[in-house]
Each structure stands twice: as C-alpha cells, then as structure tokens.
Design a protein around this ligand. Structure first.
Ligand SMILES: Nc1ncnc2c1ncn2[C@@H]1O[C@H](COP(=O)(O)OP(=O)(O)O)[C@@H](O)[C@H]1O
Ligand SMILES: [Mg+2]
Length: 352
C-alpha cells in the first residue's frame, strides 16, 4: 500500500514502534507483559538489521526521513480505540513519507475492527467459507438494508474480544433489539438541536443516536468449539476451545486444550488462509463441523501469544503430510524469524 508503487524492501533500517508504556505486542508469560524487546532487537541485529526502538510519540516527521524504512508496530485495544486512532495517524504519516509497514496498513485497520475485517473478506476472491456478513455504521442503515433469509443470526460490535460483544438473535424482533442496543451512542448534539428548536423541515437533520458500527453474520450451527491457530512462517501453533456451557461461543472460555492432533482439513484451511494474505504471521479462529471449515475471525497484529508460548509443539507441512514437531517455542524468536523470512520473500519477488 505505497500509492500503487512497489515497496523496496532492501533497506536494513528497521524501526520498532512501541507505545507510551513501552509495550510491544503482548505476552502470556506474565500478567500484562509485553514481548521481550531486547530479545527481538538482538534477534534482528544478528540478522544484520540496524534497529531503532521508538515510542509513537518520538517519531520525528520533521527532522527525519523515513522513506524505505522497515517499520514494525504495535496496535492497541484501548476503550473507544482512542490510542489506536492516534497510532493510525502516525502509521499513515510514515506511509506518506514512503516507509514500509510490516504488516501492511490494511491489516492494522482490520485489528479490533470486525467491520473492516468483513470488508476485507468480502473483497477477497477466496471467501474462506461462511459465515457471510453485512456491516453497518448506524442502526438506521441496518433497518433500511438488512433482511436475512432466515434466523438465527449473529451480531458483533466492530471492536470486541473474548466473545463479550457477540450475540445471537432468533427472530426479527430480537435482532432489532440487539442491533439497537449494541449501536447505541446517545448524542448531546441532538438534544441541543431539540432544545433550540432547530429540527424542522428546512433545518438540521438530527444525527443517529446509534452510530456504534457492527456486523451481522449468518449463524453457523453444530460447531462444538473452535481452533485458535497462530501461524508464524511455516509453523502452526494451536489450541482448541470448547463452546461455553449452553452457549454457541467458544472465545472467552477458560476451557481450552493444547491438542496433539487436529484434522488435516483444519491445518490445510489455515495454510490456505495464511498463504492467501501477504503477511508474516496470522492468528485465526476456525470452526469445523467435520465437513467444512469456517473462518470466524482473523488477526494480523497484536494477537494473543498463548498458542505459541504455552504449547509443547507446533505443526508443519512436510511434502504432503502434516508433521507434529515436539518443541517449546519462544514468541520473540518466531516473530523475528517470520518477519525476516517475509522480508526476504518480498525481496525475492522484486528480483524475480
Ligand atoms: N457466525 C457465527 N456462527 C456461530 N458461531 C459463531 C459465529 N461467529 C462467532 N461464533 C462463535 O463466537 C465466538 C466469538 O466470535 P469472534 O468473532 O471470534 O469474536 P471475539 O473477537 O469476541 O473472539 C467464536 O469463537 C465462535 O465460537
Ligand atoms: Mg475470536
């Protein structure tokens, strides 16, 4: 995403952006922990990169030129996504100067933003199974445009994790009630217009009081749980989550298992999703009903590292077969290796 120009990945200048708390991604090894920056920095230096680590607030657009600098960055899931919005300004500024974001900007935009995630999915040639989805910016847009072929349907707010903002509706009445509730954003602007008697036929149009964007998906039944699969380069780390008790949601459960085996169909599906996107790593939630895989969610930055840090193995495709490799892994090493591989691949592509 460099104004249509091809990126030149040959620079060895690598900028790592951290937040004001000095966090970079997250780690499950300690509560509230970041990935170990020292290890990441050393890892890249060993591979010949000149690494600088900066907080977002230290990016100097005036005094420095970031053209062709390779930039690794973190995202944020702060309430209302205010800090994420600020990060977006900095990242677009860097792109504007010709820096190269890894992964590319659209993958950042899809983070904690199911609306854009579904827009991306709708634009893909490969849809990766159902569920198909619609997305709305206001409750009014939903009322005007949405008519499902059948119920149940699943609502999700754009931001949300651990299943906390995922709801099922079994009738139109239930659906409208959920849509109204999850999009609610009461506005003092409307109250002011009303107070001052400014809403009339010639006057101001009130804005929607339901501007919290959300998506609606077809409900996929008969899925007992889902697979969380994190792919770093060619290594597939995974655990399985059973649905919560009397609930269709797996995400957010404490009942997860590190598994020794999983269906080849699920691994092949994960491989095709990973290869399809142009990214160094991916984290996906996959449902499987014994016949078909469903891609519930996909993330490219800032995803959780539990699968990598807590499992005793990973899966790797060797020829036509999936092999289980017994080994404890370090997220920092996987991170460095897959970014390096990705950069090499991009350079190879340019020379080809
Ligand atoms: N369309 C769907 N049909 C059936 N179950 C779903 C659907 N979408 C999500 N789920 C279930 O709900 C859980 C949470 O959904 P997900 O989109 O991953 O949101 P979150 O970001 O909160 O994890 C998933 O782990 C899956 O078990
Ligand atoms: Mg999920």
């Amino acid at each position: 995403m460099n104004n249509g120009k091809k990126n030149d990945y040959s620079s060895k200048e690598l900028l790592i952006l951290i937040d004001y708390r000095s966090q970079f991604y997250s780690s499950t090894l300690e509560r509230g922990a970041s990935l170990d920056l020292e290890q990441i920095k050393n890892g890249f230096e060993e591979k010949g990169y000149h690494v600088s680590v900066k907080q977002y607030g230290e990016v100097d657009f005036d005094g420095q030129n970031y053209k062709d600098t390779l930039v690794l960055y973190k995202s944020s899931e702060d309430p209302s996504l205010r800090y994420k919005d600020y990060i977006e300004d900095i990242l677009l500024g860097l792109l504007y100067q010709g820096a190269i974001l890894i992964p590319d900007f659209q993958y950042f935009r899809a983070h904690h933003n199911k609306v854009f995630m579904e827009i991306m999915r709708s634009s893909l040639k490969e849809k990766f199974g159902m569920p198909s989805a619609k997305y709305y910016g206001t409750y009014e847009e939903y009322l005007q445009n949405y008519s499902p072929a059948s119920y149940p349907i699943v609502f999700k707010t754009a931001a949300g994790s651990k299943g906390s903002n995922v709801f099922i509706a079994r009738s139109k009445k239930e659906a409208d009630k959920i849509a109204k509730k999850i999009s609610s954003t009461p506005s003092s602007f409307n109250q002011k217009l009303e107070r001052e008697n400014l809403i009339d036929k010639k006057g101001f149009l009130p804005i929607s009081n339901n501007r919290g964007k959300f998506i609606v998906q077809d409900f996929v039944g008969d899925i007992p749980g889902d697979y969380k699969i994190v792919v770093y380069g060619g290594r597939y780390f995974t655990f399985y989550r059973e649905n919560r008790l009397n609930d269709f949601r797996a995400s957010g459960t404490l009942n997860y298992t590190f598994i020794d085996e999983l269906p080849d169909a699920v691994l092949d599906f994960a491989k095709s999703a990973f290869t399809y996107f142009d990214v160094p790593f991916i984290s996906i939630d996959v449902g499987y009903d014994g016949k078909q895989c469903y891609l519930f969610e996909f993330q490219f930055v800032e995803f959780g590292q539990r699968a990598v840090q807590r499992s005793n193995c990973y899966f790797q495709k060797s020829g036509d077969t999936w092999v289980r490799v017994e080994q404890k892994s370090k997220a920092e090493i996987e991170f460095v290796n897959s970014i390096h591989e990705y950069i090499q691949k991009q350079k190879g592509g340019e020379n080809a």
